[in-house]
Design a protein around this ligand. Structure first.
Ligand SMILES: [Zn+2]
Length: 455
């Protein structure tokens, strides 16, 4: 059953992910468990969690067998959303943790996310070392290990923690869609305790994800949208399979991009002088509302690690990404969409406004996201050439992540994908006309650079 050799392609920038069982199987779990144990050192107190995927229990079992080599004191939390795992690490002061999940990937996938004493482990921190150890083929001894089951206690403590931060007046009605994932039952129960009326769909945990795709987006949230609009509910939210992302639907059925959800939290929660972390591809609406609220915007590269690091370093109050990760200082700087749901219910009940009204109060921008085909061999060089040429001709060029070009009419970003032969183009302007002109300009520059480098 065990793989002869580990597939190195499963080691991604922030976690391990691949298709089960062709890329990740029980043998992989054993090797990765052993490597993680050696990475964190002997006898550490560590939490283990998993999502609802069909392959999670057997990967979990084999991971622990490999992990026992370093004789940890293991706290087994069982099936729980990623934010609960992160909460447990923080609240109980564990030295490390593992979450067995492939986040929002389709059901065929699975993987591992790790955190150590400093926080989430990425390729830039310790994942490279774990990869080296897992692929070296060193012999691993499985030993007897002390395992403490802490499923119910953790869920109770988590619920109490979230409720201690909630202030929701009666009368808020919402719909939630955990997509048969890890937040099933749990999110509804905690929200109901806070006095929120909840309609839950796709609410039974099922690793086949029969209700919808594990990633919440416009195309997968159709049922949630109808329930919110038909029922005249205040809002809806769809969580991804492991529950660390949430996408809001407003009372008019509009799906809210993550950066616009962040802008709503900023506009309605931020105290003057506080900092807000956002990534370079977020809408200018975020910067506008942060400044209006007397706050300080802090920009980072795209990616959870960068946002989390900046949140901690800057002691920021809020953070967010387009993808629907929402970060709160009072949720231990973590990204927790149930926390976000609770905060949103609290905002609406205290303001007496609907989410659609709050969306309409935000600064308006036209945005578009496109993919331009460019071969792997040339895609990064295209971005380099564009950076050089556009800087030389006097455009304002920001190179924090790919290339961001700011003109008087708006901005565009071009970034080469790490995994596929494409360059992503994101553009934003005040009007549709200006946006079209900006996109034409960006595409023309791209074509010219591509031709120059030889296509
Ligand atoms: Zn996720």
């Amino acid at each position: 059953m065990a793989k002869a050799k580990l597939d190195e392609a499963i080691f991604k920038a922030y976690d391990i992910r691949g298709i089960y069982p062709s890329q990740i199987d029980e043998g992989t779990a054993l090797a990765v468990g052993c490597a993680f144990g050696r990475y964190i050192g002997k006898g550490k107190k560590v939490a283990a969690c998993m999502d609802v995927r069909l392959s999670s229990p057997s990967l979990h079992k084999n991971f622990l067998e490999g992990f026992s080599d370093s004789e940890p004191k293991l706290v087994d939390i069982g099936v729980a959303p990623t934010p609960v795992a992160y909460f447990a690490w923080n609240y109980y002061g564990f030295e490390a943790g593992v979450m067995i999940t492939a986040s929002h990937n389709p059901k065929e996938y699975n993987g591992f996310k790790f955190w150590d004493r400093k926080g989430w482990v990425s390729m830039e921190s310790g994942l490279g070392k774990i990869k080296e150890m897992a692929t070296s083929g060193t012999k691993c001894n499985s030993r007897k290990m002390n395992i403490e089951e802490r499923h119910l206690q953790t869920l109770d403590d988590y619920g109490r923690f979230v409720l201690s931060k909630a202030k929701v007046k009666k009368g808020i009605k919402i719909a939630i869609d955990p997509g048969n994932g890890s937040y099933c039952n749990l999110a509804r129960k905690i929200l109901e305790k806070a006095g929120v009326e909840v309609v839950e769909i796709n609410g039974s945990p099922d690793g086949n994800f029969p209700g919808r795709a594990p990633e919440p987006k416009q195309e997968s949230l159709g049922e949630l949208i109808s329930i919110v609009t038909d029922g005249g509910l205040d809002f809806g939210i769809g969580y991804d399979a492991d529950g660390d992302r949430g996408i809001f639907v407003d009372s008019r059925g509009r799906v809210l991009r993550g950066d616009f959800a962040l802008a709503i939290f900023v506009a309605n929660m931020l105290k003057g002088g506080s900092k807000v972390v956002y990534d370079v591809s977020c809408s200018d609406a975020v910067i506008d509302v942060v400044k209006k609220a007397g706050g300080v915007p802090v920009v980072t590269k795209v990616g959870r690690t960068y946002i989390l690091a900046a949140m901690a370093r800057e002691k920021a109050a809020l953070g967010g990404e387009i993808s629907g990760h929402m970060y709160f200082a009072d949720a231990y700087y973590g990204d927790d969409p149930l926390f976000a749901t609770m905060k949103m219910a609290g905002i609406l009940s205290s303001k007496g406004k609907s989410l659609s009204q709050l969306v309409d109060e935000l600064p308006r921008y036209e945005t578009v996201a496109l993919e331009l085909h460019a071969e792997d061999s040339v895609k990064f060089r295209i971005v380099e050439l564009l950076t050089k040429e556009l800087s030389e001709q006097g455009d304002e060029v920001i190179t924090i992540d790919g290339i961001k070009v700011v003109t008087g009419k708006g901005w565009f970003i071009m970034r080469a994908s790490n995994t596929t032969p494409i360059i992503r183009l994101i553009a934003e302007a005040k009007s549709k006309k200006e946006l079209d002109a900006l996109v034409d300009y960006a595409k023309a520059k791209f074509e010219k650079a591509y031709n120059k480098l030889g296509r």
